[in-house]
Write a protein that binds this ligand. Sequence first.
Ligand SMILES: [Zn+2]
Length: 307
Amino acid sequence: MSHIIGIDLGGSKIALGLVSPRDEISARRRIDTESEAGLESVVERIAIEVDALRATLRPEQKLEAVGIGAPGPVDCVSGDLLTLVNLPGISNTPFRRALQERLALPVALDHDAKVAALGEFHYGAGRERESMIYIVMGAGVGAAIIYQGQLIYGESNSAGESGHMTVDPKGHPCHCGSRGCLETYTSGPALAKHYAAATGDKVSGAAVTERALAGDETARALLGKAGCALGIAIASLAMTLNIELFVIGGSVANAGDLLLEAARASLKQYAFKAVSARVKVAASEMGEDAPILGAAWLARDRLIGGF
Ligand SMILES: [Zn+2]
């Protein structure tokens, strides 16, 4: 009976889950990332948690592999991390190889948006569909495209950088050097920045969402704008790719219909009626479990020969 550990490597936290052959998370661990301590330290601390999870298995149960989702560009063939804005301490390191050597277990690694999309596609909002676009809105904004059951990587592995689609050429400057990117309206830090500019109140993006849900007018207007920008991006993607399910995850998606209704309205405005009428914009069903189950699925698919 093969068990897999799925890992969500985040900018501030690392979440680990032991996934059973029935795709249930039977045990969990959570630690701070502390990436500034460097590759060896992060790998060592992950290994301690992997050993703790392995210790919960019965003697006849076997830990077979580890899957991991990393925030930002990765070389999905070598498993090297490229330049990660949120994790400078372990940027440009052979992360997968180092973890694999330390654990003496096969490790699969991919971009976190793709990994979470796999979780949502196989176990959540996409489980009865063949194609889906997953958009994650948290510290940054990214997307993953699944077409007829397969993740799309593009010709040089950059498919899904939809957080940097321009939705308004005259919009806010973006840290990528462009202007009016989707991310400048919809990430947690963007919401926090716009809220501080409007009210003088410096709070987190999560707090802006909470305030919007509690009725704060400024916060509601910002989430409405975020939804509008999201709808423009969905309209372009749906018109280009003719994919009809969009699943929205990440902490900003906790705003629920406040965000999604605005997105649906702007989708209607910017896409052909025949296209928008068939597009479903849904909230993530798996939440924080999506990256853990998706990472386990990735490991099973890539390393153990699938299902
Ligand atoms: Zn940008």
